[in-house]
Each structure stands twice: as structure tokens, then as C-alpha cells.
Ligand binder design. Structure first.
Ligand code: FES
Ligand code: MG
Length: 577
């Protein structure tokens, strides 16, 4: 880009550093205290690098180093980089679920960018909720912003087999429960599943959301699939730093990039990748912050037009993110669906997506399929409606056994996750392969935080008979690396009295993915009787952040943002008045 240069007094940070008053004097004095010469920073765009690195987050453990590459890029382009450590959301370690903290990181992001002398930002993250959290906050702050995806970890290996994180963990855990492998094998697997820094290398939530970020146009082109430990990841980080400086000079704020067209393309991308169901919630929330009203109906409408072309586990059957990267990565994938995209919209690096995709191609037609040989002819996620989910529910039907996609069976209801864990193997429940397992009180308020409980375990006795999938229904989410006929995000959730709260063991439930319906086969009069008897469960958090969360969280179909954050309105810049 050959952008015009901003004069120093046109920069937002000028209000902190460049004016005649006492405060500017103090800010300059304190920058000398930081060890910088005036000529190193005065009049240059200040680029905040928001880094989610932490010792406890294996998906981001390389980002402490990688920030140095971003800084290099910022310096090279004539900017002044400042790194800000922000909360880390580790999908593996944070309980009850990092989803509880997505909005907290979004708040932190927005408020840091607003309250400090920042002209532009580089956001570093990738483990599941980190991507939406950073982008939600940045969208509200609306500065020129580039996202640096953490990159997938290397493929897992064990006894000659290539392993996918998450997906193969579930699979081998089931094998252990079925008595097919023992403790020695599990000990070896422990060292083989996750071999390097980086996020899960399946097409789980992390890969899906970083791909969505690239499709939105907020990353360096091709960034999202670069393996975390590849030297190309350093180069991409440096380029991101340079790009952020250029964006400041061009005054291209996030709002210029995060348009309705961009979000529709992100939905198309997520569905065509056979990506994680979590993307539905996160994209709706991100769009909301950008002032774009994205709905479940948008997903269902677009899903019917997009074939799944990425043959990446768990939606595809074979490959992992490194294969996807070398097959052409997201630019290659997008080059196969240009007719479904809005090509004239701007990105952080190009004036149009069309320019950005020029020259993109696919190098392996089995990894990124051609249009006439897709993994599935329709997008991977279906939106269901019916008397059990008046405000919608989702199912990743391409990761389910086909015979279950039209199924009627008797419900076996669990009131909460702990009860389910304790009793699922109890023979007295009489669970058969035809049963429909129902879990409630695992939604946004009831979980709280909508934990990834949605892939309910198959009871041991059925596993031993070879049953590997059953219809399961909950108001929870499911890990993007999970699979099965799991109906998720039932809205409204049971905790607030949604129809899921009224289901009783033995009721018949019908799932029909083709018709996009989920029905509780109980008549309305009986449901009304049950509703009259229903009492709300006790509150889970009496004080603290959890209490704020439960008060403010919106339902799954509107993205689980906080009401006071999602609300339209402006916030004054601290120096503007
Ligand atoms: Fe971080 Fe899977 S645990 S992306
Ligand atoms: Mg996950």
C-alpha cells in the first residue's frame, strides 16, 4: 500500500503526547522513563499489541516471542509498538468454561484501546473464544486493527497414526471405556496428541474462528492456517505489524472492514469449511458489535447454498490444518467459492477482496475439494426450529451418523451435568441406542456460560455393543472438535423456562434435519400444565463476575453478549471532550 502519511497532529495519540499542556509533558517524561528517545515515538502511530500469551495456555505459549516479530514490523513501517498483556482464555484449563470469560476479554480489549494513547491495534490470539473476544472488543473500540491468528499446532502422531487434537482424544477415550486400549496406550497418547505450541489443528472452534477472521478481512492474507511454529508465522506477524501502521495512515478503521457483506462471507466460509457450531454464536456476537444484525436464519439460508469443500477433521474425514495450509489455505479455499462471496469489499490489506484473492489457488483437490466433488453438498450446520426450540437450535449434521438425522425416540432427561455424569451408566435408566439423551441447565445462564457439555457420553454398555452415536439434545455448546448427532444451543434455555425445562423422561422427541425441525411429541395443553408447575432453579452465583454474567447474558440465538455491551450507542473518547 502507498498510503498518504498522517501528520503527527492528526494521530489520536497526539492528544496524549503532542499538545502543550502539563499532561502531554507528563506523558513524554514518562516515555523517557520507559527508555525511549523522543525521535523513537513522537509523531508516529502508536500500535497496541494485545497479547493473550500465558504460561498456562499451550495454544498461545509462542505468542510472547511472536510479539517481537509484530514489533519489528511496526518499527519497520514507522510506528511505535506497545505490548499489552491481556487475559488468556485457555480452552483446556479454564473452568467452568472460557465462554464465561469471552465477554470479559472483550471488555478488557475495548477499554484498553480506548483509555490508552493508541492509534491502531494488533490482536494476538486463536484458542477458541480468544478470537471473537478480541474482535468484539476491537469492533466496539473501532480503531484500525489487524488480527494475528495463533496458528495451528503440528499434527499429532502415535504408532504411525496421525492424530487430531480434541477429535482423537474423544475417540480414544471412548476406546478406553470400551476396553479396546489400556493405560500404556493412553500414556503414549498423552505425549503424542499435542506436539507443539499452537491451537487445535483440527477444524475445531479455533481453526474455524481464525478462518472466519481471515474471511472477514482482518488478517494478513493466508494468515489463519500457517502452523504456529512455522517461520512463516513470524513473517506473517511482522507483516501484521506493518499493516497496522499503514491502516492508521489510511484511517481504515475496523468498521470499514466489518460490514454485513464481510459477515455473510464469514458465514459462507465457516459453513464451507464444515466448521464448528460455536462459530454461530460468536459470529452473531461479533456482528452485533459491528452494528450488523446477523441471525440464525442467515446461517440456515447460506448453509443451503454452500458445499463443504474442506476435507479436514472432524467434519471432513481425513486431513488436518497443516494439510489444509499446504493445499492453499484459506485463499485457496476462497478461490473455489468466489461466486458466493462479496468480492468488492475492503480488507485490512487490500481495497477489495477480489484483489486479495488474485492468484490464489488450490494445490491438492482431495484436501480442498472441487465444487463437483464436495465433502457434503450443503453447509455443515443446520438450524432447527420447533416446539422444543422456538428460538432455534443447531446441529452439525455432517459430523453425525446419517441414520440419526431423522429419528424419533424416548427422552432420557438429566437435570444437570453432574447428575448426568453420575447416572449415565445406570442400567435402571434403560437407555437404548434409540433413546434421546436430554441435558438441561447447561445454557448461557444455567451453565452458566454454556459449557461444552453438548456431546453427552454414550453409556458404556452401548459403547461395548459398538454404538458410537445417539441423538443428544441440550442448551449447551459442543467443542468444535466433537462430533455426533448433538442438537445444541436450544433457545430459550431451560434455566429461564424454555420448553427444554418441560421435557420428561419417556416423552417422544422427533429430530428431522431435512425438515429442520425438532419436536417434543407432547400436546400443548399438557405442556401448559407442566409450565404452571415449573419453578426456576436457584441462582448459581450470589455475587461477583458470575452474578453480573447471569444478569447480563443474552440467549444463544443472539450471541451470548452482555446486554450492556451489545446495546447500540456511543462512548466518548477520553480526550475528545
Ligand atoms: Fe486451544 Fe483447542 S485447546 S484451541
Ligand atoms: Mg474447543
Amino acid at each position: 500500500m502507498n498510503a498518504p502519511r498522517k501528520r503527527p497532529e492528526e494521530l489520536r495519540s497526539h492528544q496524549w503526547y503532542g499538545t502543550d499542556g502539563l499532561r502531554s509533558f507528563s506523558h513524554r517524561a514518562r516515555t523517557r522513563q520507559l527508555g525511549y528517545l523522543p525521535e523513537e515515538h513522537l509523531g508516529k502511530p502508536v500500535i497496541a499489541i494485545l497479547n493473550t500469551w500465558s504460561d498456562i495456555n499451550p495454544c498461545h505459549v509462542h505468542l510472547r516471542d511472536r510479539a517481537q516479530a509484530v514489533k519489528r514490523g511496526v518499527w519497520q513501517a514507522g510506528g511505535f509498538p506497545l505490548e499489552f498483556p491481556v487475559s488468556t482464555l485457555s480452552e483446556t484449563f479454564q473452568k467452568p468454561t472460557p465462554m464465561l470469560y469471552r465477554n470479559m476479554l472483550a471488555m478488557e480489549t475495548e477499554e484498553l484501546l480506548r483509555s490508552y494513547p493508541v492509534d491502531g491495534a494488533v490482536l494476538m490470539g486463536g484458542c477458541d473464544k480468544s478470537t471473537p473476544a478480541l474482535l468484539m472488543g476491537a469492533a466496539s473500540a473501532d480503531l484500525p486493527t489487524v488480527f494475528v491468528p495463533a496458528g495451528p499446532m503440528l499434527p499429532g502422531h502415535w504408532r504411525g497414526e496421525v492424530l487430531g487434537s480434541g477429535t482423537d482424544m474423544w475417540k480414544y477415550w471412548d476406546d478406553k471405556r470400551a476396553g479396546l486400549i489400556g493405560d500404556c496406550e493412553m500414556a503414549e497418547l498423552e505425549s503424542g496428541l499435542a506436539r507443539s505450541p499452537g491451537h487445535c489443528m483440527t477444524m475445531g472452534t479455533a481453526s474455524t474462528l481464525t478462518a472466519a477472521a481471515e474471511a472477514l478481512g482482518v488478517t494478513v492474507p493466508g494468515a489463519s492456517s500457517i502452523p504456529a511454529v512455522d517461520s512463516g508465522h513470524d513473517r506473517m506477524a511482522a507483516k501484521a505489524g506493518m499493516t497496522a501502521v499503514e491502516l492508521v495512515h489510511r484511517d481504515r478503521r475496523l468498521s470499514a472492514v466489518l460490514t454485513r457483506d464481510a459477515f455473510e462471507d464469514a458465514v459462507t466460509t465457516v459453513l464451507g469449511l464444515g466448521g464448528s457450531t460455536n462459530a454461530v454464536i460468536h459470529l452473531i456476537a461479533m456482528a452485533g458489535r459491528a452494528g450488523v444484525r446477523l441471525t440464525l436464519d442467515d446461517f440456515d439460508r447460506i448453509a443451503r447454498t454452500v458445499p463443504v469443500l474442506a476435507n479436514v477433521r472432524p467434519g471432513g474425514r481425513k486431513y488436518l490444518m497443516e494439510d489444509f495450509h499446504f493445499a492453499g489455505g484459506l485463499p485457496g479455499f476462497l478461490s473455489r467459492i468466489t461466486d458466493l462471496l462479496h468480492l468488492e469489499r475492503p480488507t485490512v490489506s487490500h481495497d477489495t477482496l477480489r484483489e486479495q484473492l488474485a492468484g490464489a489457488r488450490v494445490h491438492d483437490d482431495d484436501v480442498i475439494r472441487t465444487r463437483d466433488n464436495p465433502v457434503a453438498s450443503e453447509g455443515g450446520v443446520a438450524v432447527l426450529r420447533g416446539n422444543l426450540c422456538p428460538d432455534g437450535a443447531v446441529i452439525k449434521h455432517i459430523a453425525a451418523e446419517p441414520h440419526l438425522l431423522r429419528h424419533t425416540g424416548p427422552a432420557v432427561v438429566f437435570d444437570d451435568y453432574k447428575t448426568m455424569q453420575r447416572t449415565i451408566n445406570d442400567p435402571a435408566l434403560g437407555i437404548t441406542a434409540d433413546s434421546v439423551l436430554v441435558l438441561r441447565n447447561a445454557g448461557p445462564k444455567g451453565g452458566p456460560g454454556m459449557p461444552e457439555y453438548g456431546m453427552l457420553p454414550i453409556p458404556d454398555h452401548l459403547l461395548k455393543q459398538g454404538v458410537r452415536d445417539m441423538v443428544r439434545i441440550s442448551d449447551a455448546r459442543m467443542s468444535g472438535t466433537s462430533y455426533g448427532a448433538c442438537v445444541l444451543h436450544v433457545a430459550p434455555e431451560s434455566y429461564v423456562g424454555g420448553p427444554l425445562a418441560l421435557v420428561r423422561t419417556g416423552d417422544l422427541i422427533t429430530l428431522d434435519v431435512e425438515a429442520r425441525t425438532l419436536r417434543l411429541e407432547v400436546d400443548d395443553a399438557e405442556l401448559e400444565r407442566r409450565r404452571a408447575e415449573w419453578t426456576p432453579p436457584p441462582v448459581r452465583y450470589e455475587r461477583g463476575y458470575g452474578a453480573l454474567y447471569s444478569e447480563q447474558i443474552t440467549q444463544a440465538d443472539t450471541g451470548c453478549d452482555f446486554e450492556f455491551l451489545a446495546r447500540p450507542g456511543t462512548v466518548q473518547d477520553p480526550y475528545a471532550g
